[in-house]
Ligand binder design. Structure first.
Ligand code: E4P
Length: 272
């Protein structure tokens, strides 16, 4: 028995060493990252509306869903909303993807929501918690969720907004509650107590998952995971960094100096 365990262990160690060697040669640290991922229960969603970035994120294998919003679509130069949504859904049909309504009028918002909902089984319809006049979207959220539409309630900043959203969502329908932790931090407030309370509130609705929106740095993934947040949405640059989790600090130091060195060569300055 012992001999068998030993030979199995040796095989695993050799496999790991080969993989590390391969990954180092490739300049990536996937094997180390894999060990780290095993300790993270939070789901990573990719935030963005650039199809190339979305597909890159999809290929990583650790991204479990996608979020888009109107500002991200503007940034990505999307010209045709439905054309973009259909193209994405054609390529990614097995992971949740959130598409946001555009209207400010609740009647039109409802029609848009039903149209977006009809695009695919993996679609979540993003509804902002208020319209641009500050009128609450809660009645519409209640209505759509009651009809079985999976919603991603977005632009949530306050505990009151989380409370009323959790109460409005149908517990038998999968929904997402997006609290903008990064933008809360941008106002000089610590987002952690807000997210901690939001975790408690979302646990009261079995269909609702809490999403940490507007992440600003990779460490937010660990903060959110520690609090028991269900999902965190990450920019393409954070996703790139996630691929390199666990990189030894000596290597990180060396890579930093190599980066300086590369720029020095381009600049062509001389000090002496
Ligand atoms: C997520 O669903 C949001 O659209 C996103 O995280 C917002 O990020 P930002 O606040 O950096 O724009």
């Amino acid at each position: 028995m012992e001999l068998k365990a030993d030979s199995n262990c040796s095989f695993i160690i050799i496999a790991i060493k080969l993989r590390i060697l391969f990954d180092c040669v490739e300049g990536e640290w996937y094997i180390l990252e894999k060990f780290k991922w095993d300790n993270l229960s939070i789901k990573i969603y990719a935030d963005g509306a650039n199809i190339h970035d979305m597909l890159n994120a999809y290929k990583t294998g650790f991204v479990r869903g996608f979020t888009t919003n109107p500002s991200l679509m503007k940034k990505a130069g999307v010209k045709d909303y439905l054309g973009f949504a259909r193209e994405v859904l054609n390529k990614i049909n097995d992971l949740p993807i959130s598409f946001e309504v555009f209207a400010d009028d609740f009647g039109i918002m409802e029609r848009e929501a039903l149209k977006i909902h009809s695009l695919g089984d993996n679609v979540f319809v993003k509804i902002p918690i208020t319209n641009s006049k500050g009128e609450s979207s809660i009645p519409l959220i209640k209505k759509l969720s009651g009809q079985g539409v999976s919603l991603n309630v977005t632009a949530i900043f306050t505990i009151e907004q989380v409370e009323e959203t959790v109460m409005a969502l149908n517990p038998n329908v999968e929904s997402i509650v997006s609290v903008f932790a990064g933008r809360i931090a941008d106002t000089g407030r610590d987002p952690i107590p807000y997210m901690k309370k939001s975790v408690e509130l979302c646990q009261q609705n079995k269909g609702a998952e809490l999403l940490w929106a507007s992440s600003r740095e990779l460490f937010n993934v660990y903060e959110a995971n520690r609090l028991g947040v269900d999902i965190i949405t990450c920019t393409p640059s954070i996703i790139e960094k996630l691929k390199k989790l666990g990189k030894p600090l000596e290597q990180a130091s060396l890579d930093t100096v190599k980066g300086f060195n590369k720029d020095i060569k381009v600049l062509g300055y001389s000090i002496l």
